[in-house]
Design a protein around this ligand. Structure first.
Ligand code: SF4
Length: 341
């Protein structure tokens, strides 16, 4: 299979052009064709000579891939599946919401992190996605031109695939790429401290950290990462990082019934987040097979939000979307994957 052009940074396109003996400006021209215009083949790059196009086509393809499946929820949310490694699938969610339209991209197929509440974690790890495969989830859904936001919250831990994630962010935000504002992009992590610091250093995108409980012993049970990169260490780095006025840090908090929804949790959250300019997004847990965890009712979610707000922590509830189409992270691809086995 020819190598893909889509997903290469300008530096990579320049060095490829140099290796193939093309004029110096060819890399920039190719970047414009693949990221700023809509073409389906190299032969459409009409400002490149015929000879250049022929040589390029003999080794490369554009590399865009259409989804192989889509399911649409009654609320307008769509789940797309893109082909991954043979027999495996990349899951992408499109979430329209009044003035916003968000795409939620995956960064890996499966995941190594083993969070107790996550279906993707139960799949195990099958591989990292390339920058091209990450970006293809944005560029190859039919709604791509109407998208207002991109979140890295699909399958996988983005900061466990740091190089490709950083490359994809560079292409999304560079003037030679899609030229999107980094303020429209949020990368979510469970808190891999060294990779998080590299991400903060090398990108201006927003950061979301999966918190889920402020207590060390409980977080160890829910999220094995706590044993290696404890939340305390993550928060201490966040506290000392200058986020500036525009960049945002937020915390994701999945609420589980009778587990992390007590007053003690409110109290401890307000203590450990003290002094950090942030907000908390509450997410209702939706049960997945083979977990002892349960979903809270609407009233307790509202109460939890009110109590956090009363403590001075801006707290919102993320609306549950697409429940009728396997909305939880990893469920759709798992279903498809299991059907294929
Ligand atoms: S929640 Fe995220 S990091 Fe944890 S297992 Fe699932 S995909 Fe991996």
């Amino acid at each position: 299979m020819p190598e893909s052009l889509f997903g290469k940074t300008l530096d990579e396109l320049n060095s490829m052009s140099q290796d193939l003996g093309f004029p110096a400006f060819t890399g920039k021209q190719i970047a414009e064709w693949i990221y700023r215009k809509e073409i389906t083949g190299i032969e459409e790059m009409t400002n490149l000579s015929k000879k250049t196009r022929a040589l390029l086509s003999s080794r490369y393809s554009i590399g865009l891939q259409n989804p192989v499946d889509v399911q649409e929820s009654a609320d307008g949310t769509k789940k797309y599946l893109f082909p991954g490694t043979p027999g495996k699938f990349i899951e992408t969610a499109y979430i329209p919401d009044r003035k916003r339209a968000t795409v939620c991209v995956s960064s890996q197929v499966g995941c190594k992190m083993g969070c107790l509440f996550c279906m993707t974690g139960k799949q195990g790890f099958q591989g990292n996605l390339s920058a091209g495969e990450i970006l293809n989830q944005y560029r190859s859904i039919p709604e791509w031109k109407s998208l207002t936001n991109i979140v890295y919250m699909g399958m996988g831990e983005p900061l466990d695939n740091l190089d490709e994630v950083l490359k994809s962010l560079e292409i999304l935000t560079s003037p030679w790429g899609f030229a999107l504002s980094p303020r429209r992009i949020t990368v979510s992590t469970i808190g891999i401290t060294p990779a998080m610091l590299q991400f903060l250093e090398n990108s201006d995108a927003h950061l979301a950290i999966s918190l889920h409980t402020p207590f060390d012993d409980q977080r160890r049970k829910l999220m094995p990462v706590q044993q290696v990169y404890p939340l305390q260490e993550v928060l201490s780095e966040i506290r000392s990082w200058d986020f500036g006025r525009q960049r945002r840090v937020s915390f994701e908090y999945i609420l589980f019934k009778n587990l992390n929804d007590s007053n003690a949790h409110i109290h401890e959250l307000s203590r450990i987040l003290h002094g950090i300019r942030c907000r908390i997004n509450l997410i209702r847990f939706h049960p997945i097979p083979d977990t002892p965890l349960n979903s809270p009712d609407e009233k307790s979610i509202l109460e939890f939000r009110e109590k956090l707000n009363a403590k001075g922590i801006t707290t919102t509830i993320r609306a549950s979307r697409g429940q009728d189409i396997w909305a939880a992270c990893g469920l759709l691809s798992t279903k498809k994957w299991m059907n294929k086995e």
